[in-house]
Design a protein around this ligand. Structure first.
Ligand code: GDP
Length: 364
């Protein structure tokens, strides 16, 4: 599955948000056993109205949403790259995530200490990014030093690694995160394997006061501008509201959202933004027993998509029977779609589309 790491300075609302998200997810996905894997790791069901519709049309007994993992990575402070705060352990946790949800304090509250003594989310974002860049720089220098011997031996792989590390180093020394480096298609894989912290896509989460949840405020506007300039994403959320929603049942939550001028919980927006940021899509498998959603990256082939369900499905892939979401619903299910000629047989080269209902045929 895909993993988002929640980072941010102390007292910005990370834990409030994490707890609210995981609780809301647990309450909303009645059929999905929510699990907290570790105190700071939670899997949340990805809300998708299409899945419910498909289950209704097909009369599926159970609904299994696809999941996204959130990791609450506390302890990132100024000086973390030098081992301050909880330091290196937390940098290691960030290495393992696909994207970073960076929570920024966009609310004023005299009772809650800001580590820098003032509310300035853009400066906070820079503080964290600087720590991540320093951590990258240190690991780049170490790794390049370790490559020296292999480079003398004319090792092609080492040469590629060193070239990419040098490009990242140059960017960082110029004050820019590694994600600003342009990488050729043939280097893409090796680049990703370097697992540099500042190549991870960032979703800024502006934690605003309750009364600013619908419209945002001057702080979140400044973050929006920064995010756009960097090519990163942002969402406006009130962790406090999310916390309150997490204690309500679905009906009460809807009323409460209405009163706050909100259309949907922050969880939904956060996950959608994460999906966009990571170029993720959803396909479905639908039958009388269960309707289930699966996450893939955009551009995934049919065999690879089958592999998300089980490795054997990919290995033994023969073909896929595919019905677009709209066709499945309009034709009243699989049989109707088949009769209307809307079921397609697709081979190995087929690129799965968001919303496809898939049935895989494979050799065992
Ligand atoms: P963390 O250190 O980033 O995990 O921050 P916490 O989630 O523990 O929040 C720190 C404090 O800020 C707690 O007392 C929260 O209740 C409070 N807090 C979080 N979000 C908001 C908010 O939107 N408005 C206000 N006034 N307080 C908040």
């Amino acid at each position: 599955g895909f993993k988002m790491g929640i980072v941010g300075l102390p007292n910005v609302g990370k834990s409030t948000l994490f707890n609210a998200l995981t609780k809301t997810a647990a309450a909303q996905a009645a059929n999905f056993p929510f699990c907290t894997i570790e105190p700071n790791v939670g899997e949340v069901a990805v809300p998708d109205a299409r899945l419910d519709k498909l289950a209704e049309v097909a009369g599926s007994k159970t609904i299994i949403p696809t999941r996204m993992t959130f990791v609450d990575i506390a302890g990132l402070v100024k000086g973390a790259s030098k081992g301050e705060g909880l330091g290196n352990q937390f940098l290691a946790n960030i290495r393992e995530v696909d994207a970073i949800a960076h929570v920024l304090r966009c609310f004023e509250d005299g009772d809650i200490t800001h580590v820098e003594g003032r509310v300035d989310p853009v400066a906070d974002a820079e503080t964290i990014e600087t720590e991540l860049m320093l951590a990258d720089l240190e690991s780049i220098e170490k790794r390049r030093a370790n490559l020296v011997r292999k480079l003398k031996g004319n090792d092609k792989e080492a040469q590629q690694q060193d070239r990419l590390l040098a490009a990242a180093q140059a960017a960082i020394e110029d004050g820019k995160p590694a994600r600003t480096v342009e990488v050729d298609a043939e280097d893409a894989r090796a680049w990703k394997l370097l697992q540099l912290l500042t190549t991870k896509p960032v979703l800024y989460v502006c934690n605003v006061a309750e009364e600013d949840a619908a419209e945002g405020n001057a702080f979140s506007a400044a973050v929006a501008k920064m995010a756009a300039e960097q090519g990163n994403a942002h969402v406006v959320i009130s962790a406090r509201i999310e916390e309150e929603i997490s204690q309500l049942d679905a009906e009460e939550a809807e009323m409460f959202l209405g009163e706050m001028g909100l259309e949907e919980p922050g969880l939904d927006r956060l996950i959608r933004a994460g999906y966009e940021l990571l170029h993720l899509e959803t396909y479905f498998t639908v039958g009388p027993k269960e309707a289930r959603a699966w996450t893939i990256r955009a551009g995934t082939s049919a065999p690879q998509a089958a592999g998300v369900i089980h490795g054997d499905f990919e290995k033994g892939f023969i073909r896929a029977e595919t019905i677009a979401y709209d066709d499945f619903v309009t034709c009243g299910g699989e049989t109707g779609a088949k009769e209307a000629g809307k079921m397609r047989a697709e081979g190995k080269g087929y690129i799965v589309k968001d919303g496809d209902v898939m049935h895989f045929l494979f050799n065992t």
